[in-house]
Design a protein around this ligand. Structure first.
Ligand SMILES: Cc1cc2nc3c(=O)[nH]c(=O)nc-3n(C[C@H](O)[C@H](O)[C@H](O)COP(=O)(O)O)c2cc1C
Length: 165
């Protein structure tokens, strides 16, 4: 069983969007190798049709370049990235997405693939909690719906020392 087959088995029915890419960072990479149905729902596409595309296809005018640069730098250093971006659906609607992206490291310590867990977030009403992550709350995939496996991996945890813009 390859790592992709393993993740497919574990991710297929998750309510959280999961997407796996290869390790190439320069365009046209990274290339999507797997996306679960929740990723299709999040991005407004059939999840099978995004295989072979780059995740950049969701970007648009209000996708912050500074955040993408930080994203790129983290991946180039085989480091995880946790942050918030504006992305777009095919009908042009903009949504705010929380992305927890991690390298899958080979024996030599370099990234062989990347995996991202993603969910839509909305601006928190009232006074924001401390830190940038506190400005947003999950739109429909709550922390309660995270499985024990994802919780154990600290997915979407705001206490990590990762990048947050
Ligand atoms: C697994 C994975 C998932 C990603 N998901 C998204 C995404 O949902 N939205 C987005 O705008 N960028 C996403 N990206 C980031 C872009 O693919 C790209 O790495 C980013 O734009 C920075 O690279 P660039 O400076 O070459 O544009 C993802 C990257 C990886 C590796």
């Amino acid at each position: 069983m390859t790592i992709i087959e393993f993740i497919r088995a574990f991710a297929h029915d998750l309510p959280v969007a999961v997407v796996i890419t290869d390790q190439t960072l320069e365009p046209p990479g990274p290339t999507i190798l797997y996306a679960n149905p929740a990723f299709g729902k999040l991005t407004g596409r059939d999840h099978k049709t995004v295989i072979g595309l780059t995740p950049r296809f969701m970007q648009g005018r209000e996708t912050r370049r500074a955040t993408l640069d930080a994203f790129h730098q983290a991946l180039a250093a085989s480091q995880p990235f946790h942050g918030f971006l504006s992305n777009y659906r095919p009908d042009g609607t903009r949504y705010r997405v929380e992305i927890d992206c991690r390298p899958l490291l080979g024996m030599d310590g370099t990234a062989e693939h990347f995996i991202a867990f993603e969910r839509e977030v909305v601006r928190r009403l009232g006074r924001p909690a401390a830190g940038k992550a506190g400005r947003y709350v999950p739109a429909n995939v709550s922390n309660e719906l995270l499985t024990d496996a994802l919780r154990a991996l600290d997915i979407f945890s705001t206490n990590k020392n990762n990048h947050k813009i």
